[in-house]
Structure formats: structure tokens, C-alpha cells
Design a protein around this ligand. Structure first.
Ligand code: GRF
Length: 205
């Protein structure tokens, strides 16, 4: 067990269903962590509303009010550090993070991606998996490094692709799995159950 002293920052841009899954896991006490702060780079993202509803500190940090990416990321860093955050969780955050941010929180940033990495990194991945003719897709929680969607893999869940699938149906089935494995990956990290060994993430007993 860990105490609720393990603090998360969750970075979002959109609807925030993964944020909601994390909140729900915390509230039913299967995830012994606390969300210190939710930050969005999009003003009206529904994720911010979800945070407000659960009395979680939230912040819209407008990229347009900073001269460049480095300054924006420095502002993100300061906000996150002010909350003594242990782990930064990207949950549908639509910006690519640079060296400065990644090095500041080295091995303490994770992301959820809706494909079985290393297949289909980047955007529109459910559509691409379908069009490619893959028989399986799924989702991946991974550490974030400088390579987009390229960091060490923590957890994956496999989702079959059916002949009559649509992008919407496949996305929905993948999302269901995202909501299971993202809180689970956070729990493994909070309980210090993972060891990084080069590209591999070993799961301690
Ligand atoms: C998810 O599909 C996630 O895998 C991807 O962005 C989407 C975010 O959805 N990185 P939500 O905002 O958590 O609902």
C-alpha cells in the first residue's frame, strides 16, 4: 500500500474520460494516490469540468500567451513542481513535450495511447489500424521519452478487430480497456512495483 501522499498531475486537452477513470479508481479506493492538479492546454476542455466537479485543482494554461514552446513548458514545470508531484500522467494531452520538460521529470511521465505500440504511433490510430487490416489493436501505457509514443511499455491490452468494425466501435472498445489499464499502471508505479531495465519495464512481484 502507498499513502495518498503519492501525487499525480494529469495533463489533458479534451473530454477527459481517462481522467475520469483515474478519479473513479481513487474514489473507490483501489488507487491510493491523490490528483494534485489537472492542467489543460485547451480552455473549454470537458476534462477541466470533470476536475471541478470532484474538487480537484485545475488550471487552463494557454499556450498562446507564451512566446515559445520552451517558455510554455517551463510554466507547466513550475505549476507541477509547486504541487510536489510524483508522477505526470498525460491523458489525451495533444502537445508533444520537449527535452526540458521530459528531462525535468525523467522516468516520471506516462502516457496512454490507443494502439498496441510500437504499431501505429501518432494520430488517428484506430482508423489506421482498421484500414491496415490489423486483426488486433488495443492500448498501451508507456513512459514518455523524446520519441513520440516511443517510451518503455508498462501495460498493454489487446482488442480484436472485427470484419464489420467501424472506427467509432473500435475506438469505444479500446477506450474501455484504456480505462482499466491506465489506473492499473499508475497503481504499479505508486506501489513501486516496476523496474526500468533499458527499454524493458520489469514487473516486480
Ligand atoms: C485516448 O484515446 C487516449 O488513448 C489518447 O487520447 C484519448 C484521450 O481520451 N491519448 P480522453 O480525453 O481521456 O477521453
Amino acid at each position: 500500500m502507498v499513502s495518498d501522499k503519492f501525487i499525480l498531475a494529469v495533463l489533458v486537452s479534451g473530454r477527459g474520460s481517462n481522467l475520469q477513470a483515474i478519479i473513479d479508481s481513487i474514489e473507490i479506493r483501489s488507487l491510493p494516490v491523490k490528483i494534485g492538479l489537472v492542467i489543460s492546454d485547451v480552455k473549454n476542455s470537458f476534462a477541466l469540468e470533470r476536475a471541478r466537479k470532484h474538487n480537484i485543482d485545475e488550471l487552463f494554461l494557454d499556450p498562446k500567451t507564451f512566446p515559445d514552446r520552451k517558455n510554455y513548458e517551463q510554466a507547466l514545470v513550475e505549476q507541477i513542481q509547486a504541487k510536489s508531484v510524483n508522477l505526470v500522467c498525460l491523458a489525451g494531452f495533444m502537445r508533444i513535450l520537449g527535452k526540458h520538460f521530459i528531462n525535468t521529470f525523467s522516468d516520471r511521465i506516462i502516457n496512454i495511447h490507443p494502439s498496441l505500440l510500437p504499431a501505429f504511433p501518432g494520430l488517428n490510430v484506430q482508423k489506421r489500424a482498421l484500414e491496415h487490416g490489423a486483426r488486433f489493436s488495443g492500448c498501451t501505457v508507456h513512459y514518455v521519452n523524446e520519441e513520440v509514443d516511443g517510451g518503455p511499455i508498462i501495460l498493454q491490452s489487446v482488442v480484436p478487430i472485427y470484419d464489420n468494425d467501424s472506427e467509432a466501435l473500435l475506438s469505444e472498445r479500446i477506450l474501455e480497456q484504456e480505462h482499466i489499464i491506465y489506473p492499473e499502471a499508475i497503481r504499479l508505479i505508486a506501489e513501486n512495483r516496476l523496474t526500468l531495465s533499458g527499454r524493458r519495464v520489469l514487473h516486480n512481484k
